[in-house]
Design a binder for this molecule. Structure first.
Ligand code: PEP
Length: 234
């Protein structure tokens, strides 16, 4: 079983989501499929697919205009939430401390946080990839985790760029994350790869050691792109 998690970002419509859910209901797969959709599309679901959100407030409730709490997300029936996506880190200045607070809120409300970590191109060029992802895991994962969490390794320079790291680069990054999680007492935590995953590279990517699935952006939006990814990930 592999995790295949789609991140629709600020795309799609309720009609397109209904269409995707209906298509997935007719798809036989051993994989665990999750669609992380805009807040306005939460509150649905179907056979073979769980629904998640793409962000959550670090606060429980109160005067935080525009924010959505973990309990509100959980009340829609959603089971997952992405935290610390690179676009949140880049455009909303989210630090590891903020990401950890959000992940804690998710856990406190029965949601599984999908915690994203990954290096920028500048960090990669400076040889800092392992330092960045190691400290992101150490600082973004809440203490004393008792429930399910997922880590997504997303090299920020490859997201939406149509390029993927080499097998060796993915393998090295996932090994470092697995070792860091083991040191934290969290061995067995699923580690997903994300950035420019497509139907034609997913089988190769999920065959790499310590890759337990994929987080898919652009190619999760249309059934004709997403279904072959689900089918090819074995
Ligand atoms: C993402 O933003 O999480 C992502 C993986 O995007 P893409 O697949 O489009 O590179």
């Amino acid at each position: 079983m592999k995790y295949i998690i789609g991140n629709w970002k600020m795309n799609g419509s309720k009609t397109e989501l209904d269409d995707m859910i209906a298509t997935l209901a007719d798809t036989k797969t051993q994989n665990r499929v999750v669609l992380c959709v805009p807040f306005t599309m939460l509150g649905t679901g179907g056979a073979n697919v769980s629904i998640g959100a793409q962000d959550v407030s670090a606060h429980d409730h109160g005067a935080f205009t525009g924010e959505v709490s973990a309990s509100m997300i959980a009340a829609t029936g959603a089971k997952y939430v992405i935290v610390g996506h690179s676009e949140r880190r880049a455009y909303h200045n989210e630090t590891n401390d903020i990401v950890r607070a959000k992940a804690q809120m998710a856990l406190d409300n029965g949601l599984c946080p999908i915690i994203c970590v990954g290096e920028t191109m500048d960090e990669k060029r400076a040889g800092k990839t392992f330092d960045v992802i190691q400290s992101a895991v150490r600082e973004s994962v809440p203490a004393d985790v008792q429930d399910d969490i997922i880590i997504a390794y997303e090299p920020r320079w490859a997201i939406g760029a149509g390029i993927t790291p080499t097998r060796q680069e993915i393998s090295d990054a996932h090994r470092v994350i697995a070792e860091t999680l083991a040191y934290m007492g969290l061995d067995g935590t699923p580690i997903l790869y994300g950035a420019s995953v497509k139907a034609n590279n997913v089988a190769d990517i999920v065959s790499i050691d310590n890759v337990d699935g994929v987080l898919v952006g652009g190619a999760s939006l249309k059934p004709q792109d997403f279904l072959p990814i689900i089918e090819n990930a074995k």
